[in-house]
Design a protein around this ligand. Sequence first.
Ligand code: PLP
Length: 336
Amino acid sequence: MNQQPRALLTMPRFSLAKLPTPIDELPRLAQELGGPQLLVKRDDLTGLATGGNKTRKLEFLIADAQQKNATVLITAGGPQSNHCRQTAAAAAIAGLDCHLVLGGPRQPPTGNLLLDELLGATIHWTPKLQRNARMSELAAAMEADGQRPYVIPVGGSNSIGALGYVAAMFELVEQLHEQARQVDRLFFATSSGGTQAGIVLGATLAGFAGRITAVSIDQTPDDSSEEKFLAGVCSVANGAAELLGAHQRLRESDFDVNYAYLGAGYGVVGPLERDTVKLVARTEGLLTGPVYTARAFGAMLDQIRRGDFAPQETWLFWHTGDETALHAYAADLTPL
Ligand SMILES: *Cc1c(COP(=O)(O)O)cnc(C)c1O
């Protein structure tokens, strides 16, 4: 177990998360599958308008916004974005205004979108491919109006946000050490890549020895080739290493991404997600969300069903928290 870099401990951080999040066992599910021992890291319990992986990123992003004397946050995502929901909540806590650019078409307020509105965010509908341009336009208009906007990229996935998952990896390694556990494989959902960048860099710095597999949830048109996606993740990770004054640098070959579970695309709930939501809920009383965690969890279960494990292994699923979207997908989850 390695020490956290001093720069990570002293980095400006706005407290939002309830840490450490617990590691729970999933014994009934493991027994039903006849697979490896299964653990879940409960980042659905981070707090911040329920919880999720964006809480850890936002601790560093909000601190940076405050250092820059920002008065308003701007970010973007899909209509059911967990990142937007959590950014709206963080803005409320930090006393900042929040503008969300959501990829249209406009939807009725349910799931995360309902929560965005309740949390007081101003919503701007835009075609998906124009989200970044719309964020820049909004920022320019606000500046001209004397406000101080702070733009957070989609998913909070820049090097500052990724620090949240560098710190999270140190947290995990310390918990495993205290609990005298070893984890052979770790699975989680990747999309904009900041979580993955932080986890893989954090694993290198903290000395985590297990294999880390990120399950791709979507391929957006602008990163439709695997190489391009990984180039982005790699540069976010290396930017984070630089912020920490760490000498380590990662290469694309250091990242393991599974692109085999994209189904019919981002946010399209298919049998994998539907069956996983129900199985995990009914065996363990644990909720997974339709867009991210059920897909990634389902991918992990598929590997187990294919017999791709050794009997003594322990696998850990890193729950990134998206059950608030379930209601918006009720129709896709039936028959119940
Ligand atoms: C955003 C999100 C992810 C993916 O994290 P990235 O850092 O964008 O790759 C995974 N799970 C959930 C629930 C999310 O909201």
